[in-house]
Every structure is written in structure tokens, then in C-alpha cells.
Design a protein around this ligand. Structure first.
Ligand code: F3S
Length: 402
């Protein structure tokens, strides 16, 4: 063991505070040693992915063993989406067997003290303050927290986020250190039109492909400042197409304290993105006929729900929804927007909680889906077997009425 441990941490490592804490500490020490972490850093919150039975499978045994070893979380901890809406799984066509297994996974996490509001956008329910250290394991959320909110998290895997939740600390390396958060590559966006809505998802996929592991400094034209939805889309898509844990948007997100503006010019690596590069994502599968429209990857915020509702109301004056229209959000966001959700469901939309198009087996039946999400564009073909058409929110709503 190379990482420095306090006396109390050593006792935990030796097993004096129970089996579960010992296992969790062993995981953190192993990760810390591989990454040359000097010590453990206390965290404010943990967010754990790997909650859907579709992807976690029998790994639930490990969670059970932690619970039987008297494990419980030390900090506020949340879960990523699971494979079904916990209240509407029958309506989704989920089998009894899958539902039973999924509930078992959820119960195991619950017994450890983890909140079972399952969402991939935990920052919409509890927004980390600038400078807070976290152990999060959903790439879209990590990128958003680091880049937009100025929090500090590495891109954790499910086991390390869970171990950090149980110990309340994470190995101090990587994006927890100010000097590791410097931009490493300039990405100049050269567009002759405003970048908006799903453009940011396409842009994120493109940037992720270009930068691979280097933290990008993205330079947009000043007429193109993104809103919250667009920042979510950008973060999620970069996370889907690279292993980078944060980005900087020049003059929009804060840069590291020790990175001066003059350093920007010294960045050797530089790439340019042009309009045609973004258009390419919209052209894929454009001759296909979508059977379903899906919003909420990452989970929709209240503002996004209100926007979709407004667009639906405007279109409904000229006809009825004819295609399946699915919206994914957290149960808490749905509760806060009860009236809007009820109205949208009366119109024919379905608003599901706890789950999403990608992590639930319920949506594997579709051949082609239209979405406003770059991340879904990347993931749905592999995880659901569906072709994906990327469109802006307004065009997705319009398609639902054809
Ligand atoms: Fe969230 Fe599912 Fe997308 S977990 S980020 S809605 S793939």
C-alpha cells in the first residue's frame, strides 16, 4: 500500500469497523495506489451507476454481501436509472421475472441507505456547490458537475462510487486536483449559424471523438451561448464518445485558477469543427421512419418538460399525437410538474420515471427512434438495437403528429 491512510482509515482497512467497510476501503486503496493518490479526500455526495438489472445482472450479490457485512453509506448517495418505472413496469411490458430481480437490486441499495430516486441528472435535485468533492459514476453527470458546476469528481466506476459512498471519501488524484483540470486541447467551433438544441449533442459526440482523453477548451462564437439543456446535452455526448471527465467552454465555464488566458495560445493541440461536421449527425438514418420519439436523455428537467409541453400544445391545435412519445425524468421532477405531466399524458405522451430508453429492456422492440439527445444517438444502437434519428426538440414533437 502506497497511499497515506490516517489511523482510523487503517483500522477500517484492517477490518475493525466491519466487513463491508473493509471491502470498500480495499477497493479505494487499490484504486488510489494504481493512480498514485497521496491520500483519501472526504466527499459530499456519491452517485452510483449500474442500477439497472439489464446491465448489472447478478452483480447484485456483491451489493447483498456489503449489506450483510453491515455496510451503510456515510454521505448522501443517489442511484442512476433502473430498468423500469417502479410504478408502471407492467404497462411498459416488463416481465414479472425482470421486475422481481430489479426490485431486489433496488432493495439491496436501499438497505445500504442509498436514495432510490433513480436519475442520471442528480444535479437537478441536489446541485453541488463549486469546489465540492464528489464520487460520481454517471459520465454525463460527472462532466456536468465538473465543467458546469465547478465540482470535483473523477469518472468513477459503479464499484468505486459505491465504495466511496460507504467510506465517505475518495482517492485524491485526477480531477480532484486543480492542476489536473487544465485544458489540454483547443477546439474551435466555426459555425455560420447559432448552435442550438440538439446541435450541442452532435457537437459533444464530435468533440469526444476528436479529443479522446484530453480536456478540451471549447471556443464558441459569442452569439452561441448554451442554455442549461444545451450544456446537459454537450456534457452527456462528450461523456458518451470519450473518456474525458470535463471540458471548458471559453468565457462561459470557469477555468482552473492556475490557468491564465495567455496559456490558451500555448496549447499545441488544436482542432476545428465546421457546420458540415455537425450536419453529418442529422443526415444519419434520415430515410428511416421512426416508430417512437424519446426525450429525456439525460433525464428531463422541469424546464425541459415545460418546453415540450408548450410545443405539444401548439401542435395539438392542428391534430393528434400519432406516434409513441416517451419522456424520461426523475420521480421528483415528475412530482414537481404534476399538472403538466397529466396534461401531456392526456394528449398521448408517456412520462416514465426511474428508467430510460437505453437502460430498460422495454424499448428493445423498436427498430427506429427519433430523439434530441446525442448520447442516445450513440448508445441506443448498441444497447437497444435501434437506429436513431437525431433532431431538434421542435422537430421531434412535430414528428409525433405525423
Ligand atoms: Fe441517462 Fe439513460 Fe441517457 S441513464 S444519460 S437517460 S442513457
Amino acid at each position: 500500500m502506497y497511499m497515506y491512510l490516517t489511523k482510523e482509515e487503517e483500522w477500517i482497512y484492517e477490518g475493525e469497523k466491519g466487513w463491508a467497510k473493509k471491502k470498500a476501503m480495499e477497493i479505494l486503496v487499490a484504486i488510489g495506489d494504481i493512480n498514485n493518490a497521496l491520500c483519501l479526500k472526504p466527499i459530499k455526495t456519491a452517485h452510483i451507476s449500474g442500477a439497472s438489472y439489464k446491465t448489472i445482472g447478478e452483480a447484485v450479490e456483491f451489493i447483498h454481501s456489503l449489506e450483510e457485512g453491515e455496510g451503510s453509506v456515510e454521505v448522501r448517495s443517489t442511484l442512476n436509472p433502473i430498468g423500469m418505472d417502479i410504478e408502471r413496469w407492467k404497462e411498459m411490458g416488463i416481465s414479472k421475472n425482470f421486475a422481481a430481480k430489479q426490485k431486489e437490486v433496488l432493495d439491496a441499495y436501499k438497505k445500504l441507505g442509498i436514495s432510490t430516486i433513480c436519475t442520471c441528472a442528480p444535479y437537478l435535485l441536489y446541485t453541488p456547490a463549486k469546489g465540492e468533492h464528489l464520487a460520481w459514476s454517471e459520465s454525463s453527470a460527472v462532466l456536468y458537475a465538473n465543467s458546469v458546476l465547478g465540482a470535483y469528481s473523477n469518472m468513477e466506476g459503479a464499484p468505486s462510487a459505491l465504495a466511496s459512498a460507504i467510506i465517505g471519501k475518495t482517492p485524491f488524484y485526477g480531477l480532484h486536483k486543480e492542476e489536473e483540470r487544465k485544458p489540454e486541447i483547443r477546439v474551435k467551433i466555426k459555425l455560420n449559424k447559432r448552435c442550438e438544441d440538439a446541435d450541442y449533442g452532435a457537437l459533444g459526440l464530435l468533440i469526444g471523438n476528436l479529443v479522446e482523453e484530453k480536456i478540451p477548451l471549447i471556443e464558441l462564437s459569442s452569439s452561441s451561448l448554451p442554455d442549461d439543456f444545451e450544456l446537459k446535452q454537450l456534457a452527456a455526448a462528450i461523456g458518451a464518445s470519450s473518456s474525458v471527465g470535463m471540458f471548458h467552454l471559453r468565457d462561459i465555464t470557469s477555468q482552473p485558477k492556475n490557468f491564465a488566458d495567455t496559456d490558451v495560445k500555448k496549447l499545441k493541440d488544436k482542432v476545428e469543427v465546421e457546420k458540415e461536421d455537425i450536419d453529418g449527425f442529422y443526415e444519419e438514418n434520415e430515410d428511416e421512419e421512426p416508430e417512437v420519439i424519446a426525450f429525456g436523455c439525460p433525464h428531463s428537467s422541469s424546464k425541459e418538460l415545460r418546453n415540450i409541453y408548450k410545443l405539444l400544445k401548439a401542435k395539438r391545435e392542428h391534430g393528434e399525437i400519432r406516434k409513441e412519445l416517451l419522456i424520461f425524468t426523475s420521480r421528483e421532477t415528475k412530482r414537481r410538474n404534476k399538472k403538466i405531466v397529466e396534461d401531456m399524458e392526456k394528449m398521448g405522451a408517456k412520462v416514465f420515471c426511474d428508467t430510460c430508453f437505453v437502460v430498460s429492456p422495454a424499448f428493445e422492440k423498436y427498430r427506429c427512434v427519433m430523439t434530441n439527445s446525442g448520447k442516445m444517438k450513440k448508445y441506443a444502437p448498441y444497447l437497444c438495437g435501434a437506429k436513431v434519428i437525431l433532431r431538434k426538440t421542435k422537430e421531434c414533437v412535430k414528428e409525433a403528429f405525423y
